[in-house]
Design a protein around this ligand. Sequence first.
Ligand SMILES: Cc1cc2nc3c(=O)[nH]c(=O)nc-3n(C[C@H](O)[C@H](O)[C@H](O)COP(=O)(O)OP(=O)(O)OC[C@H]3O[C@@H](n4cnc5c(N)ncnc54)[C@H](O)[C@@H]3O)c2cc1C
Length: 427
Amino acid sequence: MTNTLYPQSYYAASANCAPLRPALQTEIETDVCIIGAGYTGLSSALFLLESGFRVTVLEAAKVGFGASGRNGGQIVNSYSRDIDVIERTVGPEQARLMGEMAFEGARIIRERVSKYQIQCDLKDGGVFAALTPKQMAHLEAQKNLWERYGHPQLELLDQRRMREVVACDQYIGGVLDMSGGHIHPLNLALGEAAAVESLGGVIHEQSAAIKIERGANPAVHTAQGKVRAKFIIVAGNAYLGNLVPELAAKSMPCGTQVVATQPLGQALANTLLPQDYCVEDCNYLLDYYRLSAEKRLIFGGGVVYGARDPANIETIIRPKILKAFPQLKDVKIDYAWTGNFLLTLSRLPQVGRLGDNIYYSQGCSGHGVTYTHLAGKVLAQALRGQAERFDAFAGLAHYPFPGGQLLRTPLTAMGAWYYSLRDKFGF
Ligand SMILES: Cc1cc2nc3c(=O)[nH]c(=O)nc-3n(C[C@H](O)[C@H](O)[C@H](O)COP(=O)(O)OP(=O)(O)OC[C@H]3O[C@@H](n4cnc5c(N)ncnc54)[C@H](O)[C@@H]3O)c2cc1C
């Protein structure tokens, strides 16, 4: 049992026990070889195993080493760009399918937690918080839109109701989604990995895919082994590097930072978030926070374009905490960490097929806990020959970033700076 290969974080420090999973050292054959043991890879593996496929997962580091083991733990429904944007850019049938799927990821997570008895501190309830009248109007429009696609469970919160669920005076209202919620993200990934193995799936850690042999009979090479498979699923997201150059060209890894405070104690925690819901605001560069099971405040925010690690995370996040909760001025920060998500220009996921037998899903642009679980289901359905929902995602355009690999980081940072100024001044 070891967690020493994870970056230091509250999650690594409080992870459930997991077995050592030896590196691949031979040549093997299977039905599906999955590259990456984050939620995309693990969710795909589980759906495929449940359908009778043989599955091998290759993970460069450890299960949940990437964003899946480091994120804010917020079960946020829908996509990073919402259905209004999708409606404007795709046909009505594709928009209908994507709209109907927008809240499915959260259901999949709950089914997994319940079916495989995963201990990951699951709590119901997530709040989108509006800081300006413009953001509140947008939330109201989103709620109406989501209802139109069959998601009626959302509750509009006025300023008074908002103050009952979060002790922060900045918000003028919000939307409560009881099908949202929060989890200990690394323990969800570890529980899913155990479920994969309980169904006969094989996971090799410390087994980076270093080459994909394409063609009718594809194979994935690691430093010491090889997996020949009928299908390959590429699920390395922001940590994939240049293994698949076509994918690297149209996406950009970005860093975002999270901290965990010292345990606040039940009484103080109850005053901040009395119902224990998670909260994210509606800014372009958003803040998101929640309580952990032991009543630490887990607070995330900030984006580093190009995924460089910032020198002092506490300096970035502490002012955001104090702006929301001035009463925490003396609280200590026990853990601070960074992780990479994958940004796309449209902020919608990139899903598709390379040749006949290599599938991929990546780039949920910061809102991925639910989408990645849905992606696993959609990819597994496509491999079974039911590609309607896969095609709805695959039909979304994949745009290259302006400026190419060299200039995409400064150009995107400038764009984000412009949008955060708009948020700051409320226009
Ligand atoms: C700090 C942070 C906070 C976030 N907070 C939230 C949140 O609160 N709510 C939300 O909805 N979303 C959040 N997100 C986004 C969400 O976590 C991600 O969208 C999601 O976890 C991506 O899952 P994934 O499986 O696609 O990628 P990852 O979890 O990054 O997994 C990819 C895996 O592939 C492995 N890999 C890469 N290359 C190779 C290779 N060549 N061979 C083998 N293995 C390889 C990596 O080691 C990694 O384990 C956050 C992201 C970050 C970084």
